[in-house]
Design a protein around this ligand. Structure first.
Ligand code: ZN
Length: 137
């Protein structure tokens, strides 16, 4: 993946007038992975997390649990102690987005985490819909 190009796109996006920014559909961020020995390195994990607008730690917890493999964070990268196909990791990012990011009512990505009577919920800014946030054990 060419980061220079990505950055240019980001800058172009920032300079757009706000009325043009309403997203038409959610672009799933794609993992950029590299296999090294018995490990898989997700080289753009930090970027994926910021695109999903969720805590990197929470996404990591989900990923490690779902893929039954431990891992560590190293700056923008995550190194997992297992050989994993890029498509498998992308599928997990997609599952994460479906459960924790994309609105269960209207499908839009404009959601945030808040609290309702001591329970963490995910609330949609677009339609007002919400659902309880599952705790990852
Ligand atoms: Zn919604």
């Amino acid at each position: 993946m060419d980061f220079g190009y990505e950055r240019l796109l980001d800058r172009a996006w920032e300079n757009l007038p706000s009325h043009l920014k309403t997203p038409i559909r959610f672009e799933m961020p794609q993992a950029d992975t590299l296999i090294e020995g018995n490990t898989t390195i997700i080289r753009n994990f930090g970027d994926v997390a910021s695109r999903l607008r969720r805590e990197p730690d929470h996404i990591m917890k989900f990923l490690f649990k779902e893929l039954a493999a431990p891992g560590v964070r190293d700056g923008n990268r995550v190194i997992m102690q297992r050989v994993l196909k890029q498509s498998v990791i992308n599928k997990k990012f997609e599952d994460y987005a479906k459960e924790f990011v994309l609105c269960h009512e209207c499908g839009k990505p404009d959601t945030g985490i808040s609290e309702l009577e001591g329970v963490r919920i995910i609330k949609c800014e677009a339609c007002g819909g919400w659902w309880p946030m599952r705790r990852i054990k």
